[in-house]
Design a protein around this ligand. Structure first.
Ligand code: AMP
Ligand code: MG
Length: 326
């Protein structure tokens, strides 16, 4: 079904996507337009990675600092190998984990056509082959590498449904494709190899990476600004302030619970399932944020969440959501 938006000139929102709509999204992307589409992690805002003009629009629309490089999304491993060079470790991980929620920062290949604006002028590029079937079909239909940061205003909560994209970007982009809610719910894991270093925790856990490579995974220490230029301290931020690891609620707090806790306004996972919590995280943060501003509560309090598996990514996002804004 194709729903024409009546609001501020947005071209389309679709449910139950069919091939016609996928082709239309591919065509719009090829023409240099901005199209938001679902992936298994969060909704991405796509644009041709080889077009300076399209990439400029992404940064403008999101209000994203230009020093924060974008992830290039591809429709196949071959497409990735045309752009960048993958070492043995990266190839082994790709073999096991692509398509999927893991991004590799790798050296650009000679003769590549990726816009300098995508990589913020670095000689490396971040690449991902997403698992979501809709994302794969759109990327195949576009036929060119697509840069796609999360489809939200920079610094705010990432969208995991089309309506959340709409909230942030209506009237500013050419199309939104509605493929339902995202399965993973947090962004991709970002790594570099030689040695394997976790630049951002995400949908694939360091434990999984270690199991496949049988080598140690290093963690990026705070302040290593050159390797992961865009890892801003304050990010994923609701309007309300956020307090972490809360056991006892203060009167001015609403609780975003985890596990078997009392008085939770919303619970990320009553059964303490980390995958379920990741899937609910951004949606519930947004929902509580609306709630908080309506009822004049001040603070979103969050239950402690174990720092294992995808819990590492959840804690990373919550830490940035609670960081001082600047
Ligand atoms: P986002 O699009 O918000 O999911 O963020 C993508 C992140 O990927 C950026 O914030 C960077 O930290 C990281 N990234 C992208 N390209 C590179 C690169 N060439 N080198 C290191 N990190 C990168
Ligand atoms: Mg983002």
């Amino acid at each position: 079904m194709l729903l024409k938006s009546t609001l501020k000139g947005l071209k389309l929102i679709t449910k139950n996507l069919n091939i016609k709509e996928i082709f239309l999204a591919g065509k719009l992307l090829r023409e240099g337009k901005l199209v938001a589409f679902p992936t298994e992690t969060v909704y991405g805002l796509g644009a041709r990675a080889d077009s300076d003009n399209s990439i400029k629009r992404i940064f403008n629309v999101k209000g994203r600092p230009t020093f924060n490089p974008l992830i290039v999304h591809v429709a196949s491993i071959k497409m990735a190998k045309d752009i960048a060079v993958f070492d043995k470790q990266a190839l082994k991980l790709i073999d096991n984990l692509w398509p999927g929620p893991i991004t590799f920062v790798v050296p650009l290949k000679k003769g590549h056509n990726i816009s300098k604006l995508v990589t913020a002028g670095l000689d490396s590029v971040a690449i991902r082959f997403p698992k979501s079937l809709i994302a794969q079909q759109i990327l195949s239909s576009a036929g060119v590498p697509i840069a796609a940061p999360s489809a939200n205003l920079s610094g705010r909560i990432s969208p995991t449904s089309a309506i959340e994209v709409f909230e942030d970007l209506d009237g500013k982009i050419n199309a939104i494709l509605d493929g339902g809610s995202c399965e993973v719910g947090v962004e991709s894991t970002i790594i570099k190899t030689d040695p394997i270093t976790l630049l951002r925790p995400g949908g694939i856990s360091p434990e999984d990476i270690q199991r496949i490579t049988r080598t140690e995974v290093f963690f990026l220490n705070e302040g290593a600004s050159i390797v992961a230029p865009g890892q801003l301290k304050s990010h994923y931020a609701p309007k309300a302030s956020v307090k972490l690891n809360v056991h006892n609620l203060e009167p001015n707090e609403v609780l975003l619970g985890f596990g078997n806790v009392e008085n939770a306004t919303l619970n990320l996972s009553p059964s303490a399932n980390l995958s379920e919590a990741a899937k609910n995280l951004f949606y519930m943060l947004r929902k509580l944020d609306h709630e908080v501003s309506k009822d004049d509560f001040k603070v979103i309090a969050v239950s402690p969440i174990p720092k294992i598996g995808i819990g590492l990514a959840i804690n990373d996002r919550l830490k940035r959501a609670s960081a001082p804004r600047y």
